[in-house]
Ligand binder design. Structure first.
Ligand code: G3P
Ligand code: MG
Length: 238
C-alpha cells in the first residue's frame, strides 16, 4: 500500500506549504499530495480552500487575491521548519523535484472555471523542474481531468470522488486513468472490489490511523493519503 503525504503532511507541518515538503524530504516520504488553486492574477498557488478564513484567518477568497499577496499570508498549522506562507505552485514543484518526490497534484475548481484552473496548473508545471513522470494530476471535476489529459504531457491522471457510485457512469468507456481516489468514510470492501473490477487501483483519503481501514482488507487497498504518513507507516508495521 502506497502511503502518500496528504497536503504534504498536514498533521506535521502547515498544509500545502514548503515546510510540508521539507518534512516529507527529511523523513523519506516518497509521495505527497497537494491542492492547486488559482490566484486573481491567474497564477497557480498551493492551497486547498476557496475561502482564506480557515487557514489564514483573513477575509475573502483565494481567487480574490494575487499570488504576490497570497505569498505574504502565513498558513495556520503545526510548528514547522521552513516557509509556511501560501506557495507559488512552481516554487512548490521545484522543491518537490529537489526532494525527488512523486506529486499528486489535485486541481481545485472553486469557481467552475475549469479551463482557467487547468491551464494555470499546466503553466506552473511547465515552468518547474518537476519531471512529468513524477506527477499524477487529479480532480473532483471530471471536466478538469479530461481537459488536463489533453494539456499535460507525460503525466498520469486520476479522478477523485466521495463514492465510487458517482464515477461509475463516467468509467464505462475508455478513460485512460491511472487511479481512483475515494473517501475512506463509508468505504466498503465491495467498493474496493468494484474499482478493481475495472482494472483500476483505488486510493483512499484521508487515512490518518490504521483503525480507519477497519472493515477493509488492507492488502487490497492500493494507496492512502495521510496527514501523518510516517505515523501511519509505523502503525501499519506493528
Ligand atoms: O486528493 C485526495 C484528497 O486530497 C481529496 O480531498 O478535500 O483533501 O482535497 P481534499
Ligand atoms: Mg486534495
Amino acid at each position: 500500500m502506497i502511503v502518500i503525504g496528504h497536503r504534504g503532511a498536514a498533521q506535521r507541518a502547515p498544509e500545502n506549504t514548503l515546510a510540508g515538503l521539507h518534512y516529507a524530504g527529511r523523513f523519506g516520504i516518497k509521495q505527497v499530495e497537494c491542492d492547486i488553486s488559482v490566484a486573481a492574477d491567474d497564477v497557480a498557488v498551493v492551497f486547498h480552500d476557496e475561502s482564506l478564513a480557515r487557514l489564514t484567518g483573513r477575509p475573502g477568497t483565494v481567487l480574490s487575491q494575487t499570488s504576490a499577496q497570497l505569498a505574504q499570508y502565513v498558513v495556520n498549522g503545526p510548528e514547522a521548519d521552513g516557509p509556511t506562507t501560501i506557495p507559488n505552485a512552481t516554487a512548490y514543484f521545484n522543491l518537490a523535484a529537489d526532494y525527488d518526490l512523486f506529486v499528486h497534484l489535485e486541481i481545485k475548481v472553486h469557481d467552475r472555471e475549469v479551463e482557467r484552473a487547468v491551464l494555470a496548473a499546466v503553466r506552473a508545471v511547465e515552468a518547474s523542474r518537476l519531471d512529468p513522470r513524477q506527477i499524477r494530476i487529479s480532480s473532483f471535476s471530471w471536466d478538469a481531468v479530461m481537459l488536463a489529459k489533453r494539456r499535460f504531457l507525460g503525466c498520469s491522471f486520476a479522478i477523485a470522488a466521495h463514492r465510487f457510485d458517482e464515477l461509475r457512469p463516467m468509467l464505462t468507456g475508455e478513460h485512460g486513468l491511472a487511479s481512483v481516489h475515494l473517501c475512506i468514510d463509508g468505504a466498503t470492501q465491495a467498493e474496493v472490489d468494484q474499482v478493481h473490477a475495472l482494472d483500476l487501483p483505488v486510493y483512499y483519503y484521508t487515512v490518518n490511523t490504521a483503525s480507519a481501514l477497519q472493515g477493509l482488507d488492507q492488502t487490497t487497498v492500493d494507496g492512502v493519503f495521510s496527514d501523518d504518513p510516517l505515523g501511519l507507516v509505523g502503525e501499519l508495521a506493528q
